[in-house]
Design a binder for this molecule. Structure first.
Ligand SMILES: O=P(O)(O)OC[C@H]1O[C@H](O)[C@H](O)[C@@H](O)[C@@H]1O
Length: 291
């Protein structure tokens, strides 16, 4: 590490003028916005941009921009009962505040319950997202129950990775792990569960009881991304493919071919139960290398 590659976080604004932070470390430059504690970009010194962000992403005041690493909390997908509740929880459309800043490229952002969040989810909580750039990009989401009754929640770091060409991308490490496919138009013959995951149709799978290391390989870019996790029992592998992409907001033309989401999560049967005063942490460490 030296002074030119490592620095305290600096204040920035994103493409919509929303406040954020830039972190520079030996592993590259990370830009994030305070809205949703959303990591929008990671430029690796050798490999360039690691995270996909749509050219059609909205940066409106309270928009969850499509791409980067949106934070999913406290429910995954649609709300179980309320149709008016935002998909993937409210955290990604809430403004976080800076809780702590290191001397180096590290920052902790925090969100706690407000009247708005309690109207959607009646619990007292503190959610803290810490981002550090060393040789790797490390992200920890710590959720504390600050109320006096136990609650359950779901969470995900919904990482969108640039792969160049989705047809030439594969996910390794989930062979033999049980999953549920929820794509509306999945591939016609079910994939061989003992093989690495390839992409030839809409893919929207929730894997449960996952290992602590998963790898995404992007042959088009001669790139491997290693996802190391602690405290994440679920993983979601997602690409919308042609028809779903065409119906989605904030996604341009053929952009579906450029990314794969590998999400580190605790959801459905692996949702987290927290007693009053207890904290649960989920950690994700991303490392990029050549194939
Ligand atoms: O459009 P969003 O609310 O950001 O969700 C994007 C996608 O997120 C997850 O990966 C889900 O498994 C998908 O079903 C969903 O379409």
């Amino acid at each position: 590490m030296n002074d030119s590659s490592t620095a305290r976080p600096t204040a920035i604004t994103d493409a919509g003028g929303r406040p954020g932070l830039e972190l520079r470390g030996p592993g590259g430059c990370v830009r994030m916005t305070l809205l949703g504690a959303h990591v929008q970009s990671w430029i690796h010194p050798e490999h360039g941009e690691v995270l996909f962000m749509s050219a059609d992403a909205s940066y409106a005041e309270r928009a969850a921009s499509r791409g980067g690493i949106p934070l999913v909390f406290p429910w995954f997908g649609a709300h179980a009962e309320r149709k008016d509740a935002p998909a993937h929880g409210f955290a990604r459309i809430q403004p976080f505040e800076v809780a702590a800043q290191g001397d180096g490229p590290s920052v902790t952002l925090r969100l706690s319950d407000t009247e708005d969040t309690r109207a959607l989810w009646p619990h007292a909580f503190l959610a803290e997202l810490t981002v550090s750039v060393a040789e790797t990009l490390a992200i920890t989401l710590a959720v504390t129950n600050t109320g006096d009754a136990a609650f359950d929640f779901e969470e995900a770091l919904h990482s969108y990775f640039v792969v160049g060409d989705v047809h030439r991308a594969t996910v390794h490490g989930l062979e033999g792990v049980p999953h549920v496919e929820s794509a509306s138009a999945p591939q016609e013959s079910p994939p061989d569960p003992s093989e690495p995951i390839g992409f030839c149709a809409e893919t929207d799978r929730i894997y449960q009881g996952v290992p602590d290391r998963i790898e995404l390989r992007a042959r088009e870019l001669d790139r491997r991304i290693e996802l190391g996790t602690r405290g994440a029992r679920s993983a979601i592998v997602w690409n919308p493919w042609i028809a779903k992409a065409a119906a989605m907001s904030q996604l341009q033309g053929d952009e579906w071919q450029q990314f794969v989401c590998v999400e580190s999560a605790n959801c459905r049967e692996n949702r987290v139960s927290l007693e009053p005063g207890a904290t649960h942490s989920m950690e994700l460490t991303l490392r990029v290398s050549s194939q």
